[in-house]
Write a protein that binds this ligand. Sequence first.
Ligand code: DX5
Ligand code: ZN
Length: 217
Amino acid sequence: MVKIAPSILAADFLNLERDVKLVNDHADLLHFDVMDGCLVPNLSFGFPVLDAVAKVTDIPLDVHLMIVNPDKYIERFAKAGAGLISFHLEAADEAGKDAGEYIALAKSCGVKAGLAIDPDVPVERLFPYIPDVDFFLIMSVFAGFGGQKFIPESIGRIAALRTEMERIGIVKDIEVDGGVSASNAHALVEAGATMLVAGSSVFQAEDPVGAIAKMRL
Ligand code: DX5
Ligand code: ZN
């Protein structure tokens, strides 16, 4: 069954505890977007917020690192309670490193390791990492901001990744992030997505719990 990961980037920060508790019993993961203003043109939040959120939820924290040099922080996020940590292939490129190093580091810290790409990175670049990674994160908007419009070509990219996994007989989870809602959830799951991140379509909905349920249909 598909896993739903509400993104707290779209929550009401003045009522963060209320919003986290609202989705806690209905979501499978809680998505936590960390932005550094360097890999992406925006800043979000970091350890103090994660520490606070971890106290009021019992579902796994899915930390999405949109930062340069994620290897500096993976261990700290793992210790702070992350269950899954994803980082961008673009960050590895920028550092002149192989993303395999980040994957190995995350795994050695006891978390699930996810490799993410923005919509302009060829999906084939993920193929060499299929054996090592725990999950992939396909951005369906350009990383950096919540509330953007879903890029429909993302569906074909997910299908291509899924097809390659099946071809080599190693199937890993595929998470999709950006502009996800009940209107595209079905097509995404059909294409091979197994984890759906949803920010505004959950937290800005009149009925966040109902919005999560609709994405499972
Ligand atoms: C964007 C973030 C997303 C964001 C999704 O860079 O990675 O996780 O919270 O927000 P929506 O669902 O509103 O597009
Ligand atoms: Zn995200």
